[in-house]
Ligand binder design. Structure first.
Ligand code: UT7
Length: 321
């Protein structure tokens, strides 16, 4: 039997209509467009409407990915949603998305790996695909971080945005995903967290994002290089083989430092952080969709996707387009 690969045959994304600029934020917290752009590269971010949930953003992105793939939702064998901002405690956002897509019966579940969520979900989907049980799998990253931010904390509220990205994977005898590697180190849980929960009908702890920005920055730059090299080695490839790097979009300085360590010029790095800010699990599929639709990523290109975030979690997926 020939090897089974997962090939992405459709991508899609969705950004809520409302745009919040740095200047808008400077009207409510002690910050400036100049500070935010210099330290992060962010100019603006999208914010979900009050009635928009992660599943609504996921639905729009999924419809676009299914349309590009040329398949109907009822052909999907599995649905995986990566999110840190689920619609509710349960059911999972994946089950809610399945219902909104108007289909049933195929398994659907969420992956919670914060900003590495999409890479975790893609790796998981690839391993399911290799079982031979499925022909099409939908993988989505969807987030409404605006709901878990302290809008009076200038150290965090300027950094994040809302959005969703999706891909449709197809079982194939040609590559496809070449290699992927995941990691976690729970001992760093406190440098990036939302340390709250629903307890006996009330919120206990702090249901808003807290971060030690400097510690996160250093950790991210270190592990994004390490896991890229590890994934290249697993695929038997070199740094120079990468056509496109699509790292998690948290801060342009983290992205530039990672590209430099991998010996890549910024022309080969896809960046959306200036317009989207950090959309956590949605950032990588949002950037991927943009580069696929504008024609930068073409058949045969090797693309390195990388995630890093709370947990701490990190990982990479290397694929051939
Ligand atoms: O998905 C992973 C999620 N998180 C990240 O990736 C974040 C990683 N970390 C970062 O991106 C950066 O560390 C930040 C952008 C958060 C901060 O940049 P920095 O260069 O590390 O700045 P800093 O934390 O050293 O802060 C410098 C100064 C401080 O003032 P003092 O103490 O020097 O007087 C901050 O209070 O900047 C101040 N500051 C701000 N000033 C204006 C912090 N936030 C702001 C702000 N506007 N929004």
């Amino acid at each position: 039997m020939s090897a089974i690969y997962s090939r992405i045959i459709g991508t899609g994304s969705y950004l809520p209509a409302k745009v919040l600029t740095n200047a808008d934020l400077a009207g409510s917290v002690d910050t400036s467009d100049e500070w935010i752009q210099q330290r992060t590269g962010i100019r603006e971010r999208h914010i979900a409407a009050d009635n928009e949930k992660s599943s609504d953003l996921a639905l729009q992105a999924s419809r676009r990915a299914l349309e590009m793939a040329g398949i109907n939702a009822d052909q999907l064998g599995l649905i995986i949603v990566a999110t840190t901002t689920p619609d509710m405690v349960f059911p999972s956002t994946a089950c809610i998305l399945q219902s909104k897509l108007g289909v049933k019966n195929m398994p659907a579940f969420d992956v919670q790996a914060v900003c590495s969520g999409f890479v975790y979900a893609l790796n998981t989907a690839d391993l399911y695909m290799k079982s031979g049980q499925y022909e099409y799998i939908l993988v989505v990253g969807a987030e409404v971080y605006s709901r878990i931010l302290d809008w009076s904390d200038r150290g965090t509220c300027v950094l994040f945005g809302d959005g969703a990205g999706a891909v449709v994977l197809k079982r194939s005898s040609t590559p496809g995903i070449l290699a992927s590697r995941l990691h976690a180190d729970g001992s760093h849980a406190d440098i990036l967290s939302v340390p709250g929960q629903v307890c006996r009908g009330a919120v206990s702890g702090t249901p808003l994002l807290q971060m030690d920005g400097g510690a996160v920055f250093k950790f991210a730059v270190k592990v994004l290089e390490e896991v890229a090299l590890e994934t290249l080695e697993a695929a038997g490839l070199q740094k120079t083989d990468i056509d496109w790097l699509i790292p998690h979009q948290a801060n342009i300085r983290i992205i530039q430092a990672t590209a430099k360590k991998l010996g890549m010029t910024m022309e080969r790095v896809v960046t959306t952080v200036d317009r989207h800010a950090n959309t956590s699990a949605a950032s990588v599929p949002l950037a991927l969709d943009e580069a696929v639709r504008d024609g930068r990523i073409r058949e045969g290109h090797k693309v390195m996707l990388e995630g890093v975030g709370g947990g701490f979690t990190w990982g990479a997926v290397l694929l051939q387009w």
